[in-house]
Design a protein around this ligand. Structure first.
Ligand code: FAD
Length: 382
């Protein structure tokens, strides 16, 4: 069993680590305070050719596999979880389904622009009344000639306002439940499309999340992704892969929290000595580091299985997501504890890590849903 990254993956990690330390981390706190989108960082990632990290090279992307993408997302999240989710969403849940389920025309129309950073993408499954219960959507799509008319409200969409194209799930045959859903590539300029409210979030404050309002939104048949009725399958397959990215994001946030905690514990004095000399603090640091490594191993295993291409990885992706996202919440809690009152101040990054960590057990399937997925697979195999 080989736990080492390849030379290429190691180089990618080191390049990203250096880039994040130089260009992302220094501005992340300020952007968070101002709730400002990280446009400059997005631009710089595009210049490095890494904005479209998971898009095949044939379409202008970096062509990273799942493991390579996980390595890159972990590094980005260490500096800015908001930037990590923005990049992860445009790659894994927008470009991803276009790569895997789109036709040649759709790939040519969208992937090169997504790869270059000319446009950003999003994915819109959730609605005000349905999150985990993703099969019961109220948004309807009906075919008139060569155009679908989509009507409904979509909620909690990452990359609103800045996104240009969204993979939108709607019911073409509502009576058929999950078998009646269809996926569409919906552009912000299509008639009947508008952005609704932007959420005022606890964390990830420099990423944009909000609603889409579709009122007889005209989507050409050429923008249907896959066949009618395949939408649920496309959405679930997309989320299987994307969960590995969210798990990697969690590992990155946790690493940032640990790094800050080590630095703080070395310089903060109490009772005449640095607090890192207290065993209570050392044990917290040891537990944090151990949990981070364990989570990363699960992330890399799931990514490795996905990259093999010939094995099921749904259970392992859910395990990685469940473990890593619960882990980052514990680690961020301990990081604040180690910082004492300073951990409760916006002046120290651990306060941001603590808020950013919270959402990871919620989006792209809550922890409860991951447990359901894992348990279902376990019971099937007995
Ligand atoms: C910052 C952010 C960004 C997001 N980005 C996107 C995006 O880009 N695209 C998108 O489509 N969605 C996005 N979401 C939505 C996210 O995926 C949903 O919030 C998530 O799936 C949970 O759905 P819900 O919030 O409706 O909770 P609900 O489904 O209402 O769940 C509420 C609670 O009940 C529990 N629960 C529900 N069903 C069960 C069950 N069967 N068994 C046990 N427990 C259950 C849940 O685990 C949870 O604890 C985003 C959310 C956030 C916060």
């Amino acid at each position: 069993m080989d736990f080492a990254l390849t030379e290429e993956q190691g180089l990618l990690r080191d390049t990203m680590r250096e880039f994040v330390s130089r260009e992302i981390s220094p501005e992340a706190g300020e952007l968070d305070r101002l709730s400002q989108f990280p446009s400059r960082a997005i631009q710089r990632l595009a210049e490095l050719g890494l904005l479209g990290m998971a898009i095949p090279e044939a379409f202008g992307g970096a062509g990273l596999d799942t493991l390579g993408s996980a390595v890159a997302i972990e590094e980005i999240a260490r500096g800015s979880a908001s930037l990590a989710v923005t990049v992860s969403v445009t790659n894994s849940v927008c470009a991803g389904p276009i790569v895997h389920f789109g036709n040649e025309d759709q790939r040519r129309r969208y992937l090169p622009r997504l790869a270059k950073g000319e446009i950003l993408g999003g994915f819109s499954l959730t609605e005000p009344d349905s999150g985990s219960d993703a099969a019961h959507l109220r948004t309807r799509a009906s075919l008139e000639g060569d155009t679908y008319l989509l009507t409904g409200d979509k909620a909690w969409v990452s990359n609103v306002q800045v996104g240009h194209v969204f993979v939108v799930l709607a019911a073409t045959r509502p009576e058929q439940g999950s078998h009646g859903l269809t996926a569409f590539l919906v552009e912000r300029d299509f008639p009947g499309f508008s952005f609704g409210k932007v959420e005022d979030k606890m964390g990830l404050r420099s990423s944009l999340t909000g609603s889409l309002e579709l009122q007889d939104c005209r989507v050409p048949v050429a923008n249907r992704l896959g066949e009618e009725g395949q939408g649920f399958k496309i959405a679930m397959a997309t989320l299987d892969g994307a969960r590995i990215g969210i798990a990697a994001q969690a590992v990155g946030i946790a690493r940032g929290a640990l790094q800050e905690s080590i630095a703080f514990a070395r310089q903060r004095k109490a009772f005449g000595r640095p607090i890192c000399q207290f065993q209570a603090i050392q044990f917290m640091l040891a537990d944090m580091a151990t949990a981070i490594d364990a989570a990363r191993l699960l992330v890399h295993r799931a990514a490795h299985l996905r990259d093999r291409g010939d094995v099921q990885f749904t259970k392992e992706a859910s395990m990685a997501k469940l473990f890593a996202t619960e882990m980052v919440n514990r680690v961020a809690y301990q990081a604040v504890q180690i910082h004492g009152a300073y951990g409760y101040s916006r002046e120290y990054p651990v306060e941001r890590y603590y808020r950013d960590a919270r959402v990871t057990t919620i989006y792209e399937g809550t922890s409860e849903i991951q447990r359901l997925v894992i348990a279902r697979r376990l019971l099937e195999s007995v």
